[in-house]
Ligand binder design. Structure first.
Ligand code: BGC
Length: 764
């Protein structure tokens, strides 16, 4: 292991416990010493470090919970159970693959595409729960990923019959029992709410197993808080639709997550902002001050328990009764303490820019802070708050919309003016190999760093290319590669290998032969660090931690020669079933925005490195993601879905942004000029590069209402760079120019943003 790997893992081991949320506790933790443990559950040996797809990170090695507990000195008394579970899992997997293939054929979809992100529900089995010892740990895991959503079926969003039966039996049988959730998002815990100790370990990347051991032994303490509402399946909002192949209607408007639960007086199992620790805190308000749009609240937090810990103080705001309806209260600010020892206090200051919580008046087409009495609430979760007074606006404040002109340097202008149409067109499509292979389809299109997702063109003399790699749980690069005269060649490709499982056996054999071809030449290695998934990071509610993780990524980007990280991702977790929620931060826009900003700062402090915030916007479901239309009312769009991007851009100036696959109100986001040239550039003053998501025409389902987004309308609308790029995209641009469907000015406008970003990132 190399020095940077060791350093990053040690740092993560210190930081990641803050991302875990203690949901229930009867104070059995921490233990005084390692002991015998009866270890059960899907995640005990098959521990999940993060989701699948482009959000995966291919690490050097990874310890399961079983391995990490053994390494920490525990004795596992359930080896037989774990072996028997492995066998059950293998046979269930075979059945699952054959079912998926049948279903894909029925729906006339390529099984490899159909299978992407498809989750195998937990199988049912009957294995005796006969481990010895006084302590049992049951690790329940779930995985998901891009391309498919989670489902309300046993073994996915619901617990399987076997899980419920075994968890309750183990809870009865052992004097001390801990249920550990190794999931990227909520599961419906209602059947097991009797259990007294539940820890949301989440998926912490590389250090998932070790962190559990540290928490159990009190070497670390949990201090995370939920960033989404955890509820029983029937209690989630059903006003809008979700997972429609064509039009998904966001009829619930602004009432997303806790905003909906509070409006309807619904009880969550665990509310937004909730989380315990090994100790208790008292929060007292000291002072409230408001001048125009700036609000400051000062509070004192005291550790009144018997263990060290950290508390997150949350400030919520209620708007006055005015013309616009609004949630009972919304998160307006938050601040996390340092480690406080028993008896210790800390004074906390929360400063709020009230425009971050302003309401959008559709009639006035702008944000307003209505006249009237604003009330403030302070507490340790959305449901555990105390009213602390408020302030009054005698008159309504109306936000004046900015109209910014794009700023392009003279140097860029000069270069762009000197280029011919062909050169401008190459700048606006991602660099593609003359002979395209499958790699470009699955986000593996770069030619200079193995396994990186894409590049800008290298065809313009004197202008370097930019290399991009995923995100968000670290850098996704190939672990092994060889070099030859043409470039670098990744050895193996986990995404293709997973897809290959679902292909017909002949194609699979051929494909694997190509991918797994034994290399000629020296093998090189790239080991990147897997950081916790987006939701886990967000659960820390700690801006410094987010920045530190951005810093880890920035350091590895410099090491491997990556200019643009395709992250952070912070789409709103509108529905708990979205297959990519684990990559995202929260159901709350303010929290998501500040999360994105802090990670951006961490990455962009490294020279030559920048982020690509994504997916702009309303990419809130994975099912049919290339051709699904999010139908979103203007107000919800502004207050909920655009707000995190607006905050992140204002606070941290990310250098790049990725549009989403989906359509927004009937038009693809990459083809929507009012969104890109209007809101993003002109209103928010975004100066960076706008690139498309990795558009794969082969994924098109021609029987559906909408098509996949294409290059010409995207460039016309100001989506500067079409990714991953293909010879066909280039041809279409040139044809459109010849036929007068695209002007040189439109093309040059986009190309200039690409050139400008190259100049910003690569010093000449
Ligand atoms: C994902 C993006 C990712 C890109 C490149 C797409 O499938 O939606 O989030 O950055 O691939 O790998």
């Amino acid at each position: 292991m190399q020095e940077y790997e060791r350093k990053h893992q040690q740092l993560l081991r210190k930081l990641a416990p803050e991302c875990t949320v203690l949901l229930k506790s009867s104070n059995i933790l921490p233990l005084s010493a390692p002991c015998s443990i009866a270890l059960y559950g899907s995640g005990a040996r098959h521990t999940i470090k993060g989701g699948t797809g482009s959000g995966d990170v291919y690490v050097r090695s990874f310890a399961s919970v079983e391995e990490a507990l053994v390494n920490a000195g525990f004795t596992i008394t359930t080896r037989q159970w774990l072996d028997a579970y492995d066998q059950e899992w293998q046979s269930a997997r075979k059945r699952f693959i054959s079912d998926i293939r049948k279903e894909a054929r029925k729906q006339h979809i390529n099984p490899a595409i159909y299978s992407m992100g498809a989750v195998m529900p937990e199988p049912d089995y009957n294995i005796p729960l006969n481990g010895t010892g006084n302590m049992a740990v049951y690790v329940l895991s779930r995985i998901s990923g891009e391309g498919n959503d989670r489902r309300v079926v046993p073994g996915d969003f619901l617990l399987s019959e076997t899980e419920v039966r075994d968890i309750l039996e183990v809870y009865q049988k052992y004097p001390n029992f801990l249920l550990v959730l190794n999931t990227g998002g909520p599961v419906d815990l209602s059947p097991v709410m009797a259990v007294e100790n539940i820890l949301l370990l989440s998926q912490l990347g590389q250090v998932t197993g070790e962190v559990l051991a540290d928490l159990m032994l009190g070497k670390a303490v949990p201090s995370g808080k939920l960033t989404a509402t955890w509820a029983a399946k029937d209690d989630y909002c059903k006003e809008g639709t979700f997972g429609e192949p064509e039009d998904t209607e966001y009829r619930e408007g602004i009432y997303v997550g806790y905003r909906y639960f509070e409006r309807d007086g619904k009880r969550a199992l665990f509310p937004f902002g909730y989380g315990k620790g090994y100790t208790d805190f008292r929060i007292e308000m000291l002072d409230v001050e408001q001048k125009k749009e700036i609000l400051s609240v000062c509070a004192m937090v005291t550790n009144i328990g018997e263990h060290r810990g950290k508390e997150t103080v949350q400030l919520y705001l209620s708007h006055p009764k005015g013309n616009l309806d609004h949630p009972l209260k919304v998160l307006a600010g938050f601040s996390k303490t340092m480690f406080l020892t028993p008896g210790e206090s800390q004074e906390m200051m929360i400063v709020v820019n009230l425009w971050d919580v302003a309401l959008y008046d559709e009639k006035k087409d702008t944000f307003v802070l209505e006249a009237g009495d604003y009330r403030l609430w302070l507490g340790s979760s959305s449901s555990d708050t105390e009213e602390i007074g408020g302030f009054t606006f005698l008159e309504e404040m109306i936000l004046e919309k900015r109209r910014e002109a794009p700023q392009i340097s003279e140097q860029t202008k000069r270069l762009a003016d000197s280029l011919n149409d062909e050169q401008l067109a190459s700048l606006c499509v991602g660099s593609y190999a003359e002979k395209e292979g499958i790699s470009s389809i699955i986000g593996n299109a770069a030619q200079h760093v193995a396994g990186a997702a894409g590049e800008t063109t290298g065809k313009i003399k004197g202008l370097p290319y930019l290399i991009m790699a995923d995100g968000p749980a670290g850098l996704r690069l190939a672990r092994e590669y060889i070099k030859d005269g043409i470039g670098v060649h990744a050895l193996g490709n986990p995404i293709v290998e997973q897809m290959a499982e679902f292909m017909n056996p002949l194609i699979r054999r051929l494909l694997l032969k190509v991918i797994l071809k034994k290399p000629k030449g020296e093998v090189f290695y790239q080991f990147c660090t897997a950081i916790p998934i987006g939701t886990a990071l967000a659960q820390s509610w700690n801006g410094k931690l987010w920045e530190a993780c951005g810093d880890i990524v920035g350091e590895e980007m410099q090491l491997f020669g990556i200019h643009l990280w395709l992250a952070p991702a912070f789409n709103i977790q509108r529905n708990p079933l979205c297959g990519r929620n684990f990559e995202y931060a929260s159901e709350d826009p303010l929290l998501s925005g500040y999360f994105g900003a802090a990670i951006t700062k961490g990455v962009q402090k490294h020279s030559g490195c920048a982020v690509t915030i994504k997916h702009f916007c309303c990419n809130n479901q994975e099912f049919n993601r290339y051709q699904s239309n999010s139908v979103v009312p203007q107000r919800a769009l502004r207050e909920i879905y655009l707000r995190p991007f607006e905050i992140c851009i204002r606070e941290a100036k990310p250098l790049a942004l990725m549009t989403s696959y989906n359509l927004l109100n009937g038009i693809h986001t990459s083809e929507k000029a009012d969104l890109l040239k209007g809101i993003l550039r002109s209103e928010w003053g975004f100066q960076g590069l706008i690139m498309s998501d990795w558009i794969v025409p082969s994924a098109k389902n021609s029987r559906l209402k909408y098509s996949v987004s294409t290059v010409v309308p995207s460039i016309k609308a100001g989506n500067d760079l079409f990714m991953p790029g293909s010879a066909q995209d280039y041809k279409e641009l040139m044809e459109a120019l010849r036929e007068g469907k695209l002007t040189r000015e439109e093309l040059q406008y986009c190309a200039e943003h690409v050139i400008e970003t190259v100049f910003k990132l690569i010093e000449k």
